[in-house]
Design a protein around this ligand. Structure first.
Ligand code: AHR
Length: 504
């Protein structure tokens, strides 16, 4: 049996839990919109055509913010196509996903859905095939109260109140050769800077995100961020990062260590951003919007290729997630939260059907995929302040990332109600780890709940027929003795422990 130790002290903190870290992503890709959040005629749909069963699951998931409408889709999108009377909206080809886009669902529908889901919108704009003018037109249409052609058009389209969208992404993955309108860092940096400056002339208080790298493995990674931020440092608030991971062959150790790569990615982007800040003698700090992350079986999509025929809302990347995938998603969330001082927004990609925690069948049921659970548990229980804990433990040899720590963990403490939440992953696919935690600095502590994901049946997945096959279960290997929390972590498992601190 391996041994590990967590050192947790309420005096050592990282940053408050930023609720935006529990964001998600709705793209016009596959059946995320059509047949996902939107399906007029479905037995649970409301008058707007929004699926009620999906909305219920979105609320249960605890999603706080949703990025929309893409993704690769946005780089060829004309936002004007998706507003106004539905019968007048043009049908277009979307080359990103080889799909026919009917434009039945657009900005105002998304904002109505966002209000019902009680989420903050994060709006991405097209800097691929379009530019500054369309961006400021969209901003005026969406956010200006009234009395101009664009704002009055919105009112005429049924959205009387301005949408008040605060957070905007200046394009999507512009470093990627697959992106419509792909640019060099110089070209994109200039365009992003001039667009951001123009947007700020309308509203200085917007939060703007420059495109960072679409993956740490990109050949331009690092140099891209440096050049883009040299152009945009004063006019943006965040730089984006995207990362997807998948099990390759049967290399479970490397897959379970995916969050090591995400951790390095975050540290490297922070270092690059701070380096640019230093060169510009700026006291401003650029934070990270990790606005696409997940487990994604992209190689399956690449192997099957894009659909031959142009159709509306084809099934794309409807990955059926396993218990192992849920452990990896849980560990990616631990990493995002551990960096709460610099990762101030994050979006799991995507929300429904496509690469998603929620699945929905046309006219049929919706259900929780395995990866739904760690997200929902953390969104619900990670409260208050992220603590700067220390993790000591064994090392795991991996083919992809070398020797990595077997354990990773994050803890949050809500001083208001004395609730301490500890999240820990055992990345070792074969060996359990015995973990001790000295909680003396908290005073009297009692165990409220211990929950486990993974550890066994790692290939199991939820299906329409068996939607609860993979679900969190009571952790029998957790106990508090005196001031010590003891945990026996099964191989390849994710654990949540809730503790109550007695306050004087
Ligand atoms: O989320 C799926 C796709 O992944 C997005 O459209 C794109 O931004 C990324 O490459």
């Amino acid at each position: 049996m391996h041994n590990g130790r967590l050192s947790i002290d309420p005096a050592f903190t990282v940053a408050p839990v930023n609720r935006r870290v529990f964001g998600s992503f709705v793209e016009h890709m596959g059946r995320c919109v059509y047949g996902g959040i939107y399906e007029p005629g479905h037995p649970t749909s409301d008058d707007d055509g929004f699926r009620g069963d999906v909305l219920d699951l979105v609320r249960e998931l605890g999603v706080t913010a949703v990025r929309y409408p893409g993704g690769n889709f946005v780089s060829g999108y004309r936002w004007e196509d998706g507003v106004g009377p539905v019968e007048d909206r043009p049908t277009r080809l979307d080359p990103a996903w080889r799909t026919i886009e009917t434009n039945e669902f657009g900005l105002n529908e998304f904002m109505a859905w966002a209000a019902k889901a009680d989420i903050e919108p994060i709006m991405a704009m097209n800097l691929g095939t379009r530019g500054m003018q369309e961006a400021i037109d969209l901003l005026e249409y969406a956010n200006h109260p009234q009395g101009t052609a664009l704002s009055d058009a919105r009112i005429e389209h049924g959205a009387k109140e301005p949408h008040g969208i605060r957070m905007w992404c200046l394009g999507n993955e512009m470093d990627g050769p697959w992106q419509l309108g792909h640019k060099t860092a110089e070209e994109y940096g200039r365009l992003a800077a001039e667009t951001a400056r123009a947007m700020r002339q309308f509203d200085a208080g917007l939060e703007l995100v420059a495109c960072g790298s679409s993956g740490r493995q990109m050949p331009t990674f690092g140099a891209w961020e440096a050049t883009v931020l040299e152009h945009t440092y004063d006019v943006v608030d965040l730089v984006s990062a995207h990362a997807y991971y998948e099990l390759e062959g049967d290399d479970r150790a490397s897959f379970l260590a995916s969050s090591v790569d995400m951790d390095r990615f975050i540290r490297e982007v922070v270092a690059t951003a701070d380096h640019v800040g230093a060169r510009l003698s700026s006291s401003k700090r650029i934070n990270i919007s990790f606005d696409e992350w997940n487990v994604w079986y992209l190689k399956d999509l690449q192997a099957s290729g894009m659909p031959d025929d142009w159709t509306t809302a084809p099934r794309l990347s409807e990955d059926a997630y396993t218990a192992l995938d849920a452990v990896v998603v849980g560990s990616l969330l631990i990493t995002l939260l551990r960096h709460a001082d610099r990762v101030t927004a994050a979006c799991q990609a995507q929300l429904v059907n496509t690469i998603s925690p929620i699945r929905a069948e046309p006219g049929g049921p919706a259900w929780r995929q395995s990866i739904f659970h760690p997200f929902a548990l953390m969104a619900r229980h990670a409260r208050g302040t992220v603590l700067d804990l220390r993790v000591d433990g064994p090392t795991l040899a991996t083919a992809r990332y070398g020797d990595v720590p077997t354990l990773d963990s994050v803890a949050t403490y809500d001083a208001e109600d004395g609730r301490l939440a500890v999240f820990v992953v055992n990345r070792d696919p074969d060996a359990p780890v015995e973990v001790s935690t000295d909680l003396r600095t908290f005073g009297d502590v009692s165990l409220v709940e211990a929950t486990l994901l993974g550890g066994e049946d790692l290939a199991a997945a939820n299906t329409q027929e068996d939607p609860d096959r993979v679900a969190p279960r009571a952790h029998t290997g957790a106990s508090v003795e005196g001031a010590a929390l003891r945990l026996t972590l099964p191989p390849a498992s994710w654990t949540m422990v809730l503790l109550q601190v007695a306050r004087a």
